[in-house]
Design a protein around this ligand. Structure first.
Ligand code: HEC
Length: 275
């Protein structure tokens, strides 16, 4: 992304400039593609490594833990205590017990605090894995999301708070700022835009939002890790040169609600595999 010198351009030229730069990298990266695709094909044949995360997450979900030594099995992810099946396809949603719209990871932290007795800090610690440092949160998320595989996204905007948070996510999507004066929309509101080899989905269309939203978390072949939607959005905000969002912040929930709702009707298909 360093090659985008958008800050030198007048604001009006930004979207066009971004599109041009995005196309330019494609040819250069062509050579690496064959090797990457071969690696990818081999992994596909062997199954998705994300299954290991799902299995580890299920174990964590069912294992008594924390100061109270209880499992997460009675966690209410929105469909009642203990119901994991289909819960993710309806998130983010309004929760009457907290009076808030929460995404999966905010809710998971809430359950770890209220059921297991962890402090909020403990429940939010280590959300993203790094080499040699695995993340329980990523594993739990891989398990929970896998229990919605094949189900249509069904995110409601019934409660006034859901409407408010959706509008906030929409506003955030178009909000320009940072050194480049980019918004999410700069990269994700046009059809057929690319950076290097990566197609940038138009997240305002149902097709684009479905393809993007329903395939996270994903096992990243290039990183050897499972990455969550939280991480995806964190990474895009970083590329946008926005301040780093706090893990589990309401801004991420608002963006997620906006994207998830736009993806309604699409079959949830994660955890998937991506390059
Ligand atoms: C500078 C361009 C840029 C901006 C601005 C940007 N993104 Fe991205 N986005 C990317 C790139 C590049 C990828 C693919 C990255 C990869 O595959 O590693 C991506 C991927 C994504 C994906 C996953 C798509 C898929 O099919 O898997 C989502 C969702 C997403 N971005 C949302 C956002 C949101 C929301 C914002 C605003 C907060 C945003 N992006 C801002 C460049 C950008």
């Amino acid at each position: 992304m360093k090659h985008i010198r958008a800050s030198l351009l007048p604001a009006a030229a930004l979207a066009a400039a971004a599109a041009a730069v995005l196309a330019a990298g494609a040819a250069r990266a062509q050579d690496n593609t064959a090797a990457e695709i071969a690696k990818y094909r081999q992994m596909l044949a062997e199954g998705n490594p994300a299954e290991l995360w799902e299995a580890a997450g299920e174990e964590l979900w069912k294992k008594p833990a924390g100061p109270r030594n209880v499992s997460l099995e009675q966690c209410d992810l929105g469909k009642g205590p203990g119901v994991v099946k289909g819960a993710y396809a309806e998130l983010p949603r309004f929760f009457p017990d907290t009076g808030k719209v929460m995404d999966l990871e905010q809710r998971l932290a809430y359950c770890r605090v209220t059921l297991q007795g962890l402090t909020r800090d403990e429940a939010m610690r280590n959300p993203f894995s790094a080499p040699g440092k695995s993340s329980d949160i990523e594993r739990l998320v891989a398990y929970i999301t896998s229990e919605s595989r094949g189900l249509p996204m069904n995110v409601q905007l019934k409660h006034p708070e859901e409407k408010r948070v959706y509008a906030l996510g929409q506003k955030m999507f178009f909000y320009r700022g940072g050194a480049y004066d980019f918004a999410c929309a700069t990269c994700h509101a046009v059809d057929g835009q690319r950076i290097r080899l990566q197609d940038l989905p138009n997240l305002l269309t149902q097709k684009g939002a479905q393809a993007a939203y329903t395939t996270w978390p994903a096992y990243r072949v290039s990183q050897g890790e499972v990455r969550t939607m939280q991480h995806r959005l964190y990474d895009c905000l970083r590329q946008q040169r926005f301040p780093e969002p706090a893990y589990g912040s309401d801004v991420i929930t608002a963006l997620s609600l906006f994207l998830a709702r736009n993806a309604n009707g699409g079959a949830y298909d994660g955890p998937s595999m991506k390059r």
